[in-house]
Design a protein around this ligand. Structure first.
Ligand SMILES: NC(=O)c1ccc[n+]([C@@H]2O[C@H](COP(=O)([O-])OP(=O)(O)OC[C@H]3O[C@@H](n4cnc5c(N)ncnc54)[C@H](OP(=O)(O)O)[C@@H]3O)[C@@H](O)[C@H]2O)c1
Length: 346
């Protein structure tokens, strides 16, 4: 039996990716699309400037876009994928959860709330059970689960692989080279970004530094304790279209050689969920890889690529890459939806 799902913010960059991934999905059936009041009441093809690399699905193109309110979404929809601006998500996601909908959200609001699971299924699937605490505390029939920021998702699986191989991480430095699609369609103008790099992305450094510690934390069934690793981030926007590339330095308590790290990343287990790639982390021998244009579509855009592993003055150094609107956003939400289904939350 398929689960009827809706997409909140369906006309945006991430919303379109969600439709691209959900339309052929074996377990989910798209039953509702929402956007802002200016799009509500219109046919989807007329208000979505379709820009993903596969044709707009015919039946989706003809659907009417709803307003983003619980009473506008049909009651028989069980799961909502949210890709709204965070200010909008903060306002509308709680009423949806109160009305009984389970929401798998991309937006940054509430990611760090103590009773909201922030999940990358291959890294911390067990944190999903924080939803029991959330339902007790908030009295919701529905639930709210978040995926992290796109640049957090790119490097945290590599850290989780090292932790799974029993390395105790002490300090991590990460510097990002982020694609323009991460800012949404209206985010960065061509005049700003062509022939340029912008060494500031509002609040992004803080997201990498805090979300990573929550993701690597431990959940005892009642409370989540954030990991003690210290993380410092520096974020840059560059003129690539899709795919965030990141330079990472890791210091561990134990000796951590590039060979040990490569083995740990290669052996880090994928999950048996429909959208989890196998392998999860591709490790390149060629130090000039990964590169955004060549490697962002590995594992249908759901894999993490790593390379350039070497010893440095500041511990292990490597580069990693992920597709920011697939693994870093839409695919991350879909994977969390699959985890919710597998764990009986739908
Ligand atoms: N792009 C990425 O790589 C990425 C990665 C991770 C997380 N995220 C997060 O995902 C979210 C969406 O990002 P995006 O890049 O897809 O943004 P976007 O292209 O600007 O799309 C925003 C969507 O939200 C809708 N919306 C805007 N204001 C609304 C309102 N007041 N009420 C209801 N709907 C409203 C828009 O509908 P209209 O078309 O009607 O305006 C559109 O469907 C953001 O929170 C972003 O931070 C993005």
């Amino acid at each position: 039996m398929t689960v009827r799902v809706g997409v909140l913010g369906a006309t945006g960059a991430v919303g379109q990716r969600l439709i691209q991934l959900l339309e052929p999905h074996p377990d989910f059936e798209i039953a509702a699309l929402t956007a802002s009041d200016s799009s509500a009441g219109h046919v989807y093809r007329d208000v979505a400037k379709w820009r993903v690399d596969t044709p707009i699905p015919t039946e989706i193109a003809e659907m009417t876009v709803h307003a983003t309110t619980p009473d506008a979404v049909p009651d028989d929809v069980d799961l909502l994928f949210s890709s709204l601006p965070s200010s909008v998500g903060a306002e509308v996601e709680p009423p949806f959860c109160e009305a009984g909908y389970v929401v798998s959200s991309n937006s940054s609001n509430s990611r760090m709330a103590a009773d909201v699971p922030l999940v990358i299924p291959e890294v911390n699937a067990e944190h999903l059970d924080l939803l029991e605490v959330q339902r007790d505390e908030r009295g919701w029939d529905g639930a709210l689960v978040k995926n992290p920021n796109c640049s957090t998702i790119t490097f945290v699986p590599t850290l989780a692989a090292l932790a799974a191989a029993d390395f105790t991480l002490e300090e991590v430095h990460v510097s990002t080279l982020q694609a323009v699609s991460g800012a949404g369609y209206d985010g960065v103008t061509s005049m700003e970004i062509i022939d340029n790099a912008i060494p500031h992305i509002g609040s992004e450094e803080e997201k990498l530094e805090t979300e990573s510690r929550k993701l690597l934390g431990t959940f005892d069934g009642a409370e989540l304790t954030h990991d003690g690793v210290e993380v410092a981030a520096s974020c840059n926007r560059i003129p690539t279209l899709d795919g965030h590339l990141e330079n990472v330095w890791v210091e561990a308590e134990e000796e951590l050689t590039p060979e040990d790290a490569a083995d740990a990343m290669r052996e880090f287990s994928p999950l048996d969920l429909p959208s989890s790639p196998d392998p999860l982390i591709h490790v390149f021998e060629d130090p000039s890889r990964p590169q955004p244009r060549l490697d962002r579509n590995l594992g249908d855009g759901m894999a993490i690529a790593a390379g350039g592993l070497r010893e440095s003055t500041f511990g292990l150094q490597y580069n990693c890459l992920a597709h920011n609107t697939i693994r870093g956003a839409a695919g991350a939400s879909v994977l969390n939806g699959e985890l919710l289904l597998e764990n009986g939350y739908l």
